[in-house]
Design a protein around this ligand. Structure first.
Ligand code: SAH
Length: 279
């Protein structure tokens, strides 16, 4: 279910100085499975008046929003542009100024690669009350749904969340930080740059046999997990063509991957080279 409003102007009542200003809640929608919403997020959604959401929010989560609510899709498809960030910031301010209480619903957690910080600062600058409700970020949700522990005393003492998409496209990875051993790396937005990520990590001395999981549509009914290695990453992406949203998990913890957790997907895992080797 996607509900979009054509004319945003229709929503924006003229500012009435006698009417109290609305507030904005920056709410994390989690990675997709509706049961991973926080109780607070669910309560807010179920009595929402206006919901401003983007493409990462799953249909299952949107189904919790009452029919009476106005739902505004400001989503971006990869490679295309929805509303620009400045327009979204302005929309939130205008809605609150016209007396509306607004749920700004974002996939995962609003403060992890979600530009929630920018929206919060803009609201604060406009003097609008802004509250933040955290959500389960994709790394945490995808890890749980595939049995991959992000840290493990034996092989991963730290975890790094990285954007796989630089400001101008190709990421320039922080070489020294990424070459650390016993560290799990999780790349958000990394799918289209996976060949570059793989090459940069290997150039920093990461073993090409390091296991990698590509988790596509994590926690959703059609979740798919592709297991490969750093050296084989580009080939796996070219062959199996995972689509957005997908997360890359790099590190020894990927060996713990459990195919049996894929009960909800009904889809087979396409390759499991790492498990075969370690068996
Ligand atoms: N704020 C979000 C991340 C936004 S960046 C969060 O905390 O999760 C968008 C990226 O998140 C996607 O390109 C993808 O890499 C990742 N992502 C979000 N949801 C996902 C899901 N269900 N499965 C796999 N990756 C996901």
């Amino acid at each position: 279910m996607t509900r979009a409003i054509d004319s945003l102007d229709k929503l924006l009542a003229p500012v009435d100085p006698a009417k109290p200003q609305g507030a904005v809640w920056l709410v994390g929608a989690g990675p997709g499975d509706v049961e991973l919403l926080t109780v607070k997020a669910l309560r807010l959604l179920q009595r929402a008046e206006v919901v401003v959401y983007d493409r990462l929010v799953s249909e299952a989560v949107m189904a919790e929003v009452p029919e009476s609510a106005l739902c505004i899709d400001v989503g971006k498809q990869p490679g295309q542009h929805g509303l620009k960030q400045a327009q979204i910031n302005k929309l939130l301010v205008d809605l609150a100024r016209s007396g509306r209480n607004v749920i700004r619903l974002k996939g995962g957690d609003p403060f992890i690669f979600g530009r929630g910080g920018e929206e919060m600062v803009s609201l604060q600058a406009a003097g609008i009350r802004c509250e933040v409700v955290p959500g389960i970020t994709a790394a945490v949700g995808c890890a749980a749904a595939s049995g991959i522990p992000l840290t493990h005393r034996d092989c991963a003492q730290s975890l790094r969340l990285i954007t796989g998409h630089g400001r101008r496209g190709e990421p320039q990875l922080d070489a020294a930080a990424l070459s650390a051993v016993n560290q799990t790396l999780v790349f958000y937005m990394g799918l289209s740059w996976s060949a570059s990520i793989s090459a940069q990590l290997q150039a920093q001395g990461r073993d090409p046999e390091t296991p990698v999981a590509i988790i596509e549509k994590g926690t959703r009914p059609d979740q798919r997990v592709l297991i490969t290695t750093l050296g084989g990453l580009a080939e796996t992406v070219a062959r199996d063509q995972p689509v957005s949203p997908s997360l890359l998990v790099v590190g020894e913890v990927v060996r713990f991957y459990r195919a049996d957790l894929q009960v909800r997907s009904g889809k087979p895992v396409s390759r499991c080279a790492v498990q075969e080797r370690s068996a």
